[in-house]
Design a protein around this ligand. Structure first.
Ligand code: ATR
Length: 277
């Protein structure tokens, strides 16, 4: 590639300083010897459209989109994938031929991470218990339904948000009151925390795990710390546990491949680069 045609990508959101995506994409670019750049950009809601429309003219081949722009960018896209439409949000834009393509790879990243961290887990083997009904939960639920999970038990502090997801995603979802969320665990073969509980500086998800079978797989979307209180307690019971860092890495791979033309490696070096970046 000639020097005057160096591909640019990046991530837009606000705030953006905490994002691990520049460290992740940066190490992939270095390892693969690609002369590209991945740049964090703090963009306000007010400037979102102007910025997104200007980026392709500045040499950007695409971007990741994070909070609070994931929903709004859908309306700026010329083409939206089915999964982004279903989730109602996009995390990956591709700029090509003067068009904006929007996709959502969060659900893909979640399932890939789960399959890698818990290869014995079978989607059809039993119910999944999901804590939380926010944006991340939508992607998790869409991907679990797509994978063939027979039942999703859902509990959220604000019950109305869980009910809205049931209205949208259908009857394979059953809702549990937040105060009785422990009842979801009985017979569940997969447990997922999509809330921010357990994150550094936040309270732990304190649900009692008495009903949890050691055969269940437990995963947390929180990755700071890598081992949340939930994962530690589940590990003590004997469950296979899967941390949330892999979801971040796997959701990033399809965008990188489309922008820069190469499938990036996912291994321990990748994890180290994200953790130290
Ligand atoms: P994300 O895109 O990461 O899912 P979000 O849409 O803000 O972010 O959702 C955050 C999730 O964490 C929600 O399920 C939220 O519960 P509410 O819908 O009741 O707000 C959950 N959450 C955050 N703080 C919580 C707390 N202290 N107790 C229980 N749930 C909490």
């Amino acid at each position: 590639m000639s020097d005057d045609n160096i591909p640019l990508a990046g991530v837009i959101g606000t705030p953006i300083a905490h994002s691990r995506s520049p460290a992740l994409h940066g190490q992939w670019l270095r390892r693969l010897g690609i002369a590209g750049h991945y740049i964090p950009m703090d963009v306000s809601q007010q400037n979102l459209e102007t910025v997104v429309r200007a980026l392709p003219k500045m040499g950007f081949v695409g971007i990741n989109v994070t909070i609070p722009h994931k929903e709004k960018v859908l309306s700026l896209a010329d083409s939206v994938t089915d999964r982004a439409a279903l989730i109602g949000a996009a995390n990956t834009l591709v700029f090509r031929d003067s068009r904006i393509y929007a996709d959502n790879t969060d659900g893909y990243g979640f399932i890939e991470n789960l399959r890698q961290g818990a290869p014995a887990w079978q989607a059809r083997s039993g119910p999944a218990a999901v804590f939380g009904a926010g944006g991340a939960s939508r992607a998790v639920i869409a991907s679990l339904l797509d994978a063939g999970v027979p039942e999703i038990r859902l509990s959220n502090r604000t019950k109305a948000r869980a009910e809205a997801l049931r209205t949208e995603f259908g009857t394979r979802i059953t809702i549990f009151d937040w105060v009785q969320a422990a009842n979801m665990l009985d017979g569940a073969t997969l447990v997922v925390n999509t809330t921010s509980l357990g994150m550094q500086g936040k309270a732990e998800l304190r649900v009692p795990l008495d009903g949890l079978s050691p055969d269940s797989v437990v995963t947390d979307l929180v990755y700071t710390p890598l081992e949340t209180g939930l994962l530690r307690r589940a590990g003590e019971i004997g469950c296979v546990t899967v941390d949330g860092l892999g979801m971040l890495i796997h959701q990033a791979a399809p965008g990188f491949e489309r922008w820069f033309g190469e499938r990036p490696p996912i291994d321990d070096d990748t994890r180290r680069a994200v953790l130290s970046g």
